[in-house]
Design a binder for this molecule. Structure first.
Ligand SMILES: CC(C)(COP(=O)(O)OP(=O)(O)OC[C@H]1O[C@@H](n2cnc3c(N)ncnc32)[C@H](O)[C@@H]1OP(=O)(O)O)[C@@H](O)C(=O)NCCC(=O)NCCS
Length: 201
């Protein structure tokens, strides 16, 4: 028997599913952001050896090549396929070098709220690249996807990420205690948000 595509009378429809998405390319003055490819695995693996990325994000620690393979061929690919986790690799336009990643993870069961995330390869920090890339991703999320609210969270003490969020225009909202899970441990987290009206013209 075929399953009915519509919920039957009296049944709950459940949360709205995120729409399936084709990967989107974003271009800024100095950068191009595109969905990860298998040819990026070595550069992602090299960048994620950095203890700062392992300290402040949910990437595995120690980080192995198989983790970069999983990121590209499973997490990012399925994230775009389901529309629930949109991931970009960020490249310097001039050199083609991988300078970081950006992501938009939709809040479970919602299509109007997402969390933004990023890391920068250590050789490319301090050039304003993360602010430039995150601004493009935030604009895409709010203006193109029509998100109502974009959230940034970081473990308390991540001053670098907080500086980036603030430069993008996020407004700080406070501290969530024992909130953000990292490898089985819950950290206190800073939270900030960006709404469509916060975007500069
Ligand atoms: C946080 C991180 C993404 C910043 O990347 P970046 O490319 O150096 O950021 P930008 O060059 O765009 O810097 C933007 C601003 O943040 C400031 N900033 C960067 N790191 C900082 C730090 N550790 N402390 C204070 N300010 C910092 C810069 O000075 C710059 O401000 P300025 O233009 O007034 O000088 C990078 O350090 C990183 O990948 N860290 C490890 C992973 C991580 O923390 N990810 C975020 C998890 S929430």
């Amino acid at each position: 028997m075929e399953e009915s595509p519509e919920p039957r009378t009296g049944e709950q429809a459940g949360p709205p599913a995120a729409p399936v998405r084709e990967p989107v390319v974003l271009t800024t003055e100095r950068l191009v952001l595109r969905a990860p490819r298998e040819s990026d695995i070595d550069a992602i693996d090299a960048a994620c050896q950095d203890p700062e990325i392992q300290r402040w994000t949910v990437v595995p620690s120690p980080y192995r090549r198989s983790d970069a393979e999983y990121f590209v061929t499973d997490l990012a690919r399925n994230g775009w396929r389901t529309g629930e986790n949109l991931v970009w690799c960020v490249f310097e336009r001039e050199s083609g070098a991988l300078v970081g990643t950006q992501g938009l993870a939709l809040r479970a069961g919602r299509t109007d709220t997402a969390e933004i995330g990023w890391w920068a390869a250590k050789e490319f920090r301090g050039r304003g690249y993360t602010v430039e890339a995150a601004t493009a991703v935030a604009r895409y999320g709010l203006a193109e996807l029509g998100l109502r609210r974009l959230e940034w969270l970081a473990y308390v003490g991540n001053d670098g990420s907080r500086a980036v969020a603030s430069k993008v225009g996020f407004r700080f909202e406070g501290t969530l205690r024992a909130y953000a899970e990292q490898r089985g441990r819950f950290h206190d987290a800073w939270i900030a948000s960006l709404l469509p009206g916060d975007l500069a013209d």
